[in-house]
Design a protein around this ligand. Sequence first.
Ligand SMILES: [Zn+2]
Ligand SMILES: [Zn+2]
Length: 119
Amino acid sequence: MTDQRIDQEAETLVQAIANDLLEPGPRECLLCYVAAQLDEFGCDGAHRFSQWYQERTAPRATALLERLDRLGAYCDCEIFLNAYDAFGGEPETLPQCLGVRRGSTQPCRLWWRDRRSAY
Ligand SMILES: [Zn+2]
Ligand SMILES: [Zn+2]
């Protein structure tokens, strides 16, 4: 398999996702968005939803995925395992997002940095 074929497959995958995934809400934060998508579609072992969110809402925040890596979140579900905890533990249903400034990739106040994880 050549690199080019992999690129094309990635491109096709992006297209498929583009048709299926919901747009982030107007003020919905990264973490609420990703949490809701993971609930629906599951993790594919990459930053699929984080990247989608970043491209849609904060195209200039290109360091986002690097930042997540540094927090120990090497894929979407690891954001919640290693980097952030929901306020008040793990709720059965996701609370309504408290909202962030448009173009921000910070989580809303529902989420806390997981202090247990190594920095
Ligand atoms: Zn994952
Ligand atoms: Zn939120």
